[in-house]
Design a protein around this ligand. Structure first.
Ligand code: GLA
Length: 388
């Protein structure tokens, strides 16, 4: 039986997820992607160095698994239509073998269009052939990025349902091609959240789907994306996750407090944790943020339930297994005077005293009654695990 066989029902909302889909990504995928730091400069040596650093830094042992090459690896097709990497990547199979030899998994990138976002060769018209090539190389993860397909959708500009159908079919087509190879390959849908992808991404076979446009390494970009995820929690679950784009932690454009905000918010959102920095050059602060195991445990919680925003302030809550709750109180104000925020335990569904642990201070706060007040630093967060 092929991977990801599911019932594509015409009844909206009635999606039956095959066990294979949740087995591929039972918790949000964790790893690294080349784009945010290396962009079009990435080469074979950078990817090997990332794999080396993932092991040496302890990231692998903290749960990071995927080493993903983003756009600009693609070369030309040969006379039989087989895709080859360009000169930056002399041998993709050898690179995948190297990544695997480190106990890690290997990811790659393509587009349903004739061209990728950076103008390289896409998979249009070669879907099955490319899926087979990826499987032969040992690929474990595919990010499939819309860009060039817009050219094909263009003539239907005045017929949005038709254009949308073309797009969805193109994602289903690659999913089915991957499934046909028989190799388990995590399928990452990237079309920037258009056409409410969260409503059909799982049905199209996605294990994750981007919910927004590209992130950049600024508090404004990260916060706009992260805090706008409120309301999408009902679409996410084991095997199929909302993806608010990759991490910028360690890239230098935000303060440590702001990067702690990204890590905490992404964990509350059950978001994939794909580091986007140069892993071979991480300072201790960056490591302490990316490898905060208590926050990672929230992201990877086995219940697989995405968190939600509580009320108008930036107070976010996520239900965890074993009856525990993660609480994150963010400082989203732009002035320099941090304000106290009080959360009442009643509002989180608790009755009576609650045990609290501070996940950034790594400190037990003991039993608390009634409420908790935090004064998160500018751009920062206070994050607790609560249980009774
Ligand atoms: C798009 C995607 C990015 C990255 C680039 C590569 O912009 O959203 O994440 O993959 O393409 O060209």
């Amino acid at each position: 039986m092929v991977r990801g066989l599911r019932l594509r029902t015409a009844l909206a909302g009635l999606v039956v997820h095959a066990p294979a889909q949740s087995a591929l990504a039972p918790t949000p995928p964790m790893g690294w992607n080349s784009w945010n730091h290396f962009a079009d400069k990435v080469n074979d040596a950078d990817v090997r160095a990332a794999a080396d650093a993932m092991v040496a830094s302890g990231m692998r042992d903290a749960g990071y698994v995927y080493v993903n090459v983003d756009d600009t690896w693609e070369g030309k097709r040969d006379a039989d239509g087989n895709i080859h990497p360009n000169s930056k990547f002399p041998d993709m199979k050898a690179l995948a073998d190297y990544v695997h030899s480190k106990g890690l998994k290997f990811g790659i990138y393509s587009s349903p269009g004739p061209k990728t976002c950076a103008g390289y060769e896409g998979s249009y018209g070669h879907e099955q052939q490319d899926a087979e090539t990826y499987a032969a190389w040992g690929v474990d993860f595919l990010k499939y990025d819309l860009c060039g397909l817009r050219q094909i959708m263009g003539p239907y500009e005045k017929d949005p349902p038709k254009a949308s159908r073309i797009m969805r079919d193109s994602y289903i087509k690659m999913h089915d091609a991957l499934a046909k190879t028989g190799r388990p390959i995590v399928y990452s849908i990237c079309q920037y959240g258009s056409d409410a992808v969260w409503e059909w991404g799982a049905e199209a076979g996605g294990n994750l789907w981007r919910t927004t446009d590209d992130i950049s390494d600024s508090f404004r970009s990260m916060a706009l994306i992260g805090f706008s995820q409120a309301g999408l929690e009902k679409y996410s679950g084991r095997g199929h996750w909302n993806d608010p784009d990759m991490l910028e932690i360690g890239n230098g454009g935000m303060s440590a407090d702001e990067y702690r905000t990204q890590m905490s918010l992404w964990a509350i959102l059950a978001a994939p944790l794909l580091a986007g920095n140069d892993l071979s050059k991480m300072d201790e602060t960056t490591k302490s943020i990316l490898m905060n195991r208590e926050v990672i445990a929230v992201d990877q919680d086995s219940l697989g339930q995405q968190g939600y925003r509580l009320g108008p302030l930036q107070v976010w809550v996520r239900r965890l297994s074993g009856g525990a709750t993660a609480l994150a109180i963010f400082n989203f104000v732009t002035d320099d005077v941090p304000q106290p925020v009080t959360v009442r335990f009643n509002d989180l569904g608790f009755r009576g005293p609650v045990h609290a642990r501070d996940l950034w201070a790594h400190k037990d706060l003991g039993w608390l009654t009634d409420s908790f007040t935090a004064v998160p630093p500018k751009g920062g967060v206070v994050m607790l695990k609560l249980w009774q």
